[in-house]
Design a protein around this ligand. Structure first.
Ligand SMILES: Cc1cc2nc3c(=O)[nH]c(=O)nc-3n(C[C@H](O)[C@H](O)[C@H](O)COP(=O)(O)OP(=O)(O)OC[C@H]3O[C@@H](n4cnc5c(N)ncnc54)[C@H](O)[C@@H]3O)c2cc1C
Length: 247
């Protein structure tokens, strides 16, 4: 389908961009355009005005085309960045002409394609505490192809332990198996204070699957989540035994 007509505004500064978003009704930011343009072609999204934030020097950028900001704001169930960032306890910073606010990523993501971002806000940064030197994380994406495919299931984990091997912190997140990326809180809680034995890991993996809410017809994802969680937790536990390094 061809693109509908729309106007592109290219503000030179963040201040200008925020002013446009506050004053021009229906204006929508565009960064890499890898979601927005696809949606506009499909006719599912019809902004009259798009505000190009890709060239704003105020936003610290490491990217080629698609952006982390665009990925998080889209809040697609299969976002790959969200589960990894959830296990890092990330927060997003939102800016508007009224000022800025920080929101934990877990609260930012509300539901499929829904966030707490207000229409005149730009996501201007993502921050997370630097993990301890011993913390160990792991991430896996299951898709139908090796590259350029939407996730069928994502699982990310981040574990830390004390010198006796007892788990001091556990974060587990999943995506593509629930309406939006989520933390598996009950699974995390069951690990903290325990030695990371295969039994403890198996229990946590089973609770991770309970955090999944796959769509009807995709119930197979429950076993995929459980299997991936068990594998990643075991990898991370091994990484901790070796002194902490990302698995
Ligand atoms: C072929 C293909 C493969 C893909 N593969 C993957 C994949 O493997 N994993 C994955 O997770 N995704 C994938 N995607 C989806 C997409 O590329 C990502 O979600 C990407 O990170 C979106 O970023 P963007 O900068 O292109 O967003 P855009 O399309 O520019 O914007 C997306 C949405 O975010 C809003 N927005 C953008 N930037 C901001 C900002 N700073 N503040 C506020 N709102 C903002 C826009 O208004 C729009 O609503 C794929 C897409 C395609 C077309």
């Amino acid at each position: 389908m061809s693109l509908p007509q729309f106007e592109v505004l290219q503000p030179a500064t963040l201040g200008e961009a925020l002013k446009i978003l506050s004053e021009v009704k229906g204006a929508e930011p565009i960064a890499g355009g890898t979601n927005l343009i696809v949606d506009m072609r499909a006719g599912t999204h019809r902004p009259r005005v798009v505000v190009d934030v890709a060239a704003l020097h105020d936003l610290p950028l490491i990217r080629n085309r698609a952006t982390v900001g665009g990925n998080l704001v889209t809040a697609a169930p299969c976002s790959d960045t969200a589960p990894a960032l959830l296990t890092l306890d990330a927060e997003v910073k939102l800016a508007s002409v009224r000022g800025t606010r920080r929101v934990p990523l877990e609260k930012f993501l509300v539901n499929a394609f829904s966030t707490v971002r207000r229409l005149d806000e730009l996501l201007i940064s993502v921050r997370f505490p630097i993990p301890s030197a011993t913390a160990t994380g792991a991430f896996r994406k299951m898709g139908l192809r090796k590259i350029s495919c939407m996730a069928k299931v994502d699982v990310a984990v981040m574990l830390d332990a004390d010198a006796t091997g007892r788990c001091t912190s556990a974060r587990i997140a999943l995506a593509a198996a629930s309406p939006v990326a989520v933390r598996a809180r009950a699974a995390e809680a069951t690990l903290v204070g325990k030695v990371l034995t295969p039994e403890a890991i198996a229990t946590a993996a089973s609770l991770t699957a309970k955090a999944a809410v796959p769509r009807a017809g995709s119930e197979y994802k429950l076993s995929v989540v459980q299997g991936l969680a068990r594998r990643l937790l075991a990898e991370a536990a091994l990484g901790l035994e070796r002194g902490g390094a990302n698995a």
